[in-house]
Design a protein around this ligand. Structure first.
Ligand code: S3P
Length: 449
């Protein structure tokens, strides 16, 4: 993927160095996927939705802003507490300004789905990273439902104008790749269609949209399809009622302090309220297979989303093979898994990573580059990533962030146990998903300067 990078003068570099044992108890911010969905469903519901624990990162704040532009009343009522008064299914108004999603593929693609079912016109835009990401995968099903997109860039990339359908059609859609964003866009458009909209996926992707639609009063059924897939059927034109949503801590953000605690000898870190939806916990499964000490307690749930407290202790890790069918349940975690694999003894093979090429950056290339510049042997073979762990990492490299929050956080975690410090060229994008990452990690004992 190519996108223009930020000028060097605007970048905020940081260096991580070998740190003493990490200790303490933290709650990482609210889950990003659930935060976007709570705002969007709140905006499509009748009555008030009260959200606690919302992730107040840039990605989610852009979604909040877009819901306001579409006619919902969205207010911050306290720390991480938000209230949304919605307009009802198909009730969005034509926004007077372009909807700017910044760095967020999820916000942009889910809102495209919600807009596609309304008889309005909206302009979608984002930063250089988001402008370089494929949108055809979302626009194809939405056009089958009656929406019309016009983009001047090739591949339907941003900026683009979306004309929602006056009379949206329910469809049966097989997603071409395992993607919760595609599935969710179709379901959100299907809310406005009469009859049943069905999405079939060969590999199950995260099911937060389905769980939350149910929580807001929609009729939605999910059945098994094949060995790893799902068939989801939504009855259109429901009345969604505002609901209370408690956002659990984001397992994709928890991944960074977890891997940090595993690789820094003697660490003992507790993470509270971490969401443990099985469609999000592939990283935890993999780390346990590698020998990680991750203990779960205080298991509870809210609105269908399970959560638990995790206690993580410094562990000797060994290389493993990660099967391709696990990818959807840990798609955002391969960068930081590659850090764990670098500190493990032996080879880790991660299979079926083609989707990593179309994330905030080309994460397959970026992960290999991050490891190599720090003395770790990493090879890309087709869609697989192979990392040769030797139990320790040389470090000493500067990692290019490519406007990607997870590269920045992974590289900083890597430097906490390496022989020489690891530098990242730009930490600014960490604010998209984990605004307090640097102070929270320092609080656990991480040395950043
Ligand atoms: C997300 C889905 C995933 C993931 C992203 C969040 C979601 O993307 O990478 O960070 O909230 O639906 P894909 O659906 O494109 O795999």
């Amino acid at each position: 993927m190519t996108h223009s990078d930020r000028p060097t003068a605007q970048k905020t570099p940081l260096e991580a160095r070998s740190s003493g044992p990490l200790t303490g108890k933290v709650r990482v911010p609210g889950d990003k996927s659930i935060s976007h969905r709570a705002l969007i469903l709140g905006a499509l519901a009748v009555g008030q939705t009260r959200i606690s624990g919302l992730l107040e990162g840039e990605d989610v704040l852009n979604t909040a802003q877009s819901m306001r532009a579409l006619g919902a009343k969205v207010e911050r009522t306290g720390d991480f507490a938000w209230s949304v008064h919605g307009v009802g299914v198909a009730g969005f108004a034509t926004p007077q300004v372009p909807l700017d999603f910044g760095n967020s593929g999820t916000g942009c693609r889910l809102v495209m789905g919600a807009v596609a079912g309304c008889p309005i016109t909206a302009v979608f835009d984002g930063d250089a990273s988001l402008r370089s990401r494929p949108m055809r995968r979302i626009l194809d099903p939405l056009e089958l439902m009656g929406a019309k997109a016009s983009a001047s860039a090739e591949g339907g990339r941003l900026p683009l104008t979306l004309n929602g359908a006056r009379d949206p059609l329910p469809i049966v859609y097989r997603t071409p790749v395992a993607s919760a964003q595609i599935k969710s866009a179709v379901l959100l458009a299907g809310l406005a269609a009469p009859g049943i909209t069905t999405v079939i996926e060969a590999e199950a992707s995260r099911d937060h949209t389905e769980l939350m639609l149910k929580h807001f009063g929609a009729e939605i059924v999910s059945d098994k399809e094949g060995a790893h897939g799902r068939k989801i059927s939504l009855t259109g034109q429901p009345e969604l009622h505002g609901a209370d949503v408690v956002v659990p801590a984001d397992p994709s953000s928890a991944a960074f302090p977890i891997v940090a605690a595993l690789i820094v000898e003697g660490s003992d870190v507790i993470l509270t309220d971490v969401m443990t939806n099985p469609l999000r916990t592939g990283l935890f499964t993999t780390l346990r297979e590698m020998g990680a000490s991750i203990e779960e307690s205080h298991v509870r749930g809210d609105a269908g989303e399970p959560m638990a407290q995790l206690r993580v202790r410094g562990s000797n890790l060994r290389g493993v093979e990660v099967p391709p069918e696990r990818a959807p349940s840990m798609i955002d975690e391969y960068l930081v898994l590659a850090i764990a694999a670098s500190y493990a003894e032996g080879t880790t093979i991660m299979r079926g990573l083609q989707e990593l090429r179309v994330k905030e950056s080309d994460r397959l290339e970026a992960t290999a580059a991050m490891l190599r510049v720090n003395g770790v042997k990493a090879e890309i073979s087709g869609n697989d990533l192979i990392v040769e762990g030797k139990g320790h990492v040389d470090g000493g490299g500067t990692v290019a962030t490519h406007m990607d929050h997870r590269i920045a956080m992974s590289a900083l975690v890597m430097g906490l146990a390496s022989d020489k410090p690891v530098k990242v060229d730009d930490t600014a994008f960490i604010a998209t998903s984990f605004p307090d990452f640097i102070p929270m990690m320092r609080g656990l004992g991480a040395e950043f300067s």
